[in-house]
Design a protein. Sequence first.
Length: 336
Amino acid sequence: MDLFELTRKLVDIESITTNEREVGEFLLARLSGAVERYNGRAERMEAAPDRFNIFAHWGEPVVTLSTHMDTVPPHVASREDVDRIWGRGACDAKGIIACMIHAAETLLESGVRNFGLLFVVGEEKNSVGALAAARNPRGSRYLINGEPTCNKLALGCKGALRYEIVASGKMAHSAHPELGESAIEKLLDALQDLRAVPLPVDPLLGSSTLNIGTICGGRAPNIVADSASAEVMIRLVADPAPLRAAVAKALGGRAMAREVLSIPPVKLGRLKGIDTTVVAYTTDIPEFGGAWGKPFLLGPGSIHVAHTLEEHVSKRQLVEAVEIYQKMVSQLLTAS
């Protein structure tokens, strides 16, 4: 199965977060030939009930190529044209998996050993796979994490601070709103003040950003709402402690903030001969916690089309990524 065929096959296997089993089984079967031929080992690493990571390695894994098997909804089947492959996961991160496998097979054919492949579950939701892998390190000194960076080596990526913000009120007939207390109005006022909070800026990572992703509440148009909630994501570029205090102050007792997720920003290394960039999104890298070695971040495709119905990846970038991953592994093995 060539690079483009493998990418499309992976895209066509639905693996929305928590439903990674089928793609995991496929990858174990796909890797079995290289494991047997080159005296390697492949294993399931339990990450959550009925969910597993995959770790394959040849020799002692000094360098590990890693990305995630899960995707965001909805599933979108693959298609291709002359230049691109389309579908859910084309760039985030099924195409990256295909590139890493092809890079590994080429390295093995040329006699290179002491590296591994680690494919994890749950990156799109709570990084449960990376957290499980961090509890079970295998001696790797370098981690090449795959996310869409247009094949440039990311020098840093933002962190994340996610909240569920909940307001409570008192129901009343809408003809007499003075008899009730609108949770929706309290929530809207609190969110307006939250939007006005100054956000930190970093010379490398740029500005923090805030997104109000969901709002829900109320029971009917003729009832004063007794409950309302919103989900908020802040992309971090600095220590989250001052922002936590600023969030609490902005809400001013009108709503409660429940912290759902906190991932710190990270700054990453360079490698000779590879162009660099900075990315605004969050990855599994912080959750690995250094347990799999010094992290690097690179992959084909653009984050601008990931998570959209027009997700796609350039065939040219897929081919380039295979070569770049080989180069990175070889450089890091030499450095070790």
